[in-house]
Write a protein that binds this ligand. Structure first.
Ligand SMILES: *Cc1c(COP(=O)(O)O)cnc(C)c1O
Length: 453
């Protein structure tokens, strides 16, 4: 597959170049030249296929000619040691994306990316330095995905004081090849710093650099996998039983959700990487009716869908902090593939306040025994609002539950009491934080990176 920059469609690169450079040299984001189609036999059996087989079929055309079939098979089996169960909760499905080691959906992309990088750089002896900005969850997933991978160093930048104690331990508690920088600023500042460092000529001469944000295409493509798996199961009417990490009190009955209908999938969104991956799954032929893009008060994209005008702003802090993004970087990718009219047809925008989010967490727990994290609750409430506005008809509904509620216990437990904690999170809390604090200043970042060499 060839990839081109969102800012220049004349010059194309292959998958390895797009993945390993991260950001295109002109500052754009890499997008595939075309979105491939699932073969007919795959399309009709998504509801019953094994998760890793769906992963293989989904990713294969994007890496054709560069990662052999058997290598890809090994990569997906090593990356996806957990799946994305489709769980019935009340009148809809929860698509649980938090069964991985850091208990958020970013494990899917980060674990694939780490193994793909390792494969694509086989035989290289110069180490690769990966820079990643995080609003909370990316950093932990990337750090965990790359931890102890030979020949790769990772530096994670996070907004100081704006991530939870657990997230901070996931980012800054591993050591070895993973370094953490606590930036005195917002997530947008962290993202700007990473962009500036990746574009710095002097730094590029000194070290091989790449990014691991959702701007990296190799993180985005594997995220299409769980959309196809969930849509296939919803369409076939085959939900999964509760898993080890399913946050539901015993004794609550699951209700039937309509099958044989293409599903509306609600995506709690910040930087819009997750939703963009969903758009790829839809274009590939997964039985998805439409998307709901649910944001907190940082509603740049819902406003754009309403008005056709794209106005970025400074991000505001909320209780769903992984979505505190005022200038979503993947928007540039969405517009590379879709016009405003097309987007409006496929995506319903909706925004949810912190107060609504808290109420939803409490109400759903009381009614169903199910614990929502603040991000997933934005998705749940977003769907409630869209139903009231009569915007969703003849469709099964799935909420992408992007994080485990125990990851945000500071917010969730005062509303609903103690949450059962998955084993992976309990271990993480025992780590010590080891981070360096820096101002939101490009020269300081570059100097810090030089020091490490
Ligand atoms: C990253 C994240 C989001 C937002 O995903 P985007 O791809 O940035 O839109 C939502 N929820 C959680 C828990 C996250 O970690």
């Amino acid at each position: 597959m060839q990839y081109y920059s969102t800012r220049n469609s004349n010059k194309s690169v292959n998958f390895a170049q797009a993945a390993l450079t991260g950001l295109a040299p002109d500052g754009g984001l890499f997008v595939p030249k075309e979105i491939p189609q699932y073969p007919a036999n795959v399309k009709t059996s998504l509801g019953t296929m094994d998760f890793c087989d769906i992963a293989y079929e989904t990713i294969k055309p994007y890496v054709e000619g560069e990662i052999s079939g058997s290598a890809l098979e090994d990569i997906v089996r090593a990356a996806f040691t957990f799946n994305a169960p489709l769980i019935s909760v009340a009148d809809r499905y929860a698509v649980e994306l938090f069964h991985g080691p850091t208990a958020a959906f970013k494990d899917f992309g980060a674990r694939f990316m780490a193994r793909a990088f390792s494969f694509l750089r086989r035989g290289e002896d110069r180490p690769l330095h990966i820079l990643v900005a995080t609003s909370g969850d990316t950093g932990g997933a990337v750090a965990d995905g790359f931890f102890d991978v030979p020949g790769i160093f990772v530096t994670v930048l996070y907004p100081k004081g704006r991530v939870t104690p657990l997230q901070e331990r996931q980012i800054a508690g591993l050591g070895k090849n993973i370094s953490a920088l606590a930036v005195e600023g917002s997530f947008d500042d962290c993202q700007q710093l990473v962009k500036a460092a990746l574009a710095d000529e002097g730094l590029k001469k000194r070290m091989a650099l790449s990014s691991a944000n959702s701007i990296n295409i190799s993180r985005l493509i594997p995220q299409a996998v769980y959309y196809s798996a969930a849509a296939g199961k919803a369409f076939a009417g085959f939900p999964d039983p509760d898993g080890e990490a399913t946050p539901r009190l015993a004794g609550y009955k699951t209700s039937a959700v309509p099958g044989a209908l293409p599903v509306t999938l609600c995506v709690p969104s910040g930087n819009f990487g997750n939703l963009t991956a969903g758009l790829y799954a839809l274009k590939m032929g997964a039985p998805i009716h439409q998307f709901a893009a649910a944001t907190n008060i940082n509603k740049t994209v819902p406003d754009y869908l309403d008005s056709g005008e794209y106005l970025t702003r400074i991000s505001q802090a909320t209780i769903s902090n992984a979505m505190d993004v005022g200038a979503p970087s993947n928007f540039e990718r969405m517009t590379a593939h879709f016009s405003w009219d097309e987007m409006k047809r496929i995506i319903l925008g909706v925004s949810v306040s912190d107060e609504e989010t808290r109420k939803t967490i409490a109400q759903i727990h009381e009614k169903t025994g199910y614990f929502l994290d603040p991000h997933s609750a934005v998705g749940w409430k977003g769907i409630d609002k869209l139903i009231l506005e009569n915007k969703i008809k003849n469709s099964a509904i799935g909420i992408l539950c992007t994080a485990h509620p125990a990851k945000f216990s500071e917010t969730v437990e005062p509303l609903v009491g103690p949450i059962p904690v998955p084993a992976s999170l309990a271990h993480t809390m025992e780590r010590n934080v080891n981070a360096k604090t820096i101002p939101a200043d490009v020269p300081v970042l570059i100097e810090t990176l030089y020091e490490k060499n």
